[in-house]
Design a protein around this ligand. Structure first.
Ligand SMILES: [Cu+2]
Length: 115
């Protein structure tokens, strides 16, 4: 009992330090992530995993033909000329089905978690 009381008085700085660390680790300070997807050979390529609402995806069209990244729920419709890139922001959680309006082979699903 006497030892515990003595240590508390001697190290007030340790307590203040612990509070600071807890605030920095708060999930409310998490920032949105940006992902890059390269379209090549008439394909979206690998779609990012671990997406969350508020994240952005930059799409790069490396083909010599135009592509789109069109959401079936109409939440975005990105049209990219050859060599062009563009960015979308994910606004809704859930499975967002995407397709290219020009190429039936380009299909995918973005799995977006709530923030
Ligand atoms: Cu396409």
């Amino acid at each position: 009992m006497m030892i515990f009381g003595s240590m508390t008085l001697r190290h007030p700085g340790l307590l203040a330090g612990a509070v600071t660390v807890a605030l920095l680790a708060s999930p409310t300070t998490a920032t949105a992530a940006n992902y890059v997807v390269t379209m090549a050979n008439m394909n979206y390529g690998r779609l990012p995993a671990g997406l969350k609402v508020g994240d952005t995806i930059t799409w790069v069209n490396q083909d010599s033909v135009p592509h789109t990244v069109t959401a079936r729920d109409k939440s975005f419709d990105l049209r990219l000329s050859p060599g062009q890139k563009g960015t979308i922001t994910l606004r809704t959680a859930g499975d967002v089905a995407i397709y290219c309006i020009f190429h039936a082979t380009m299909r995918g699903v973005l799995k977006v978690a709530a923030k």
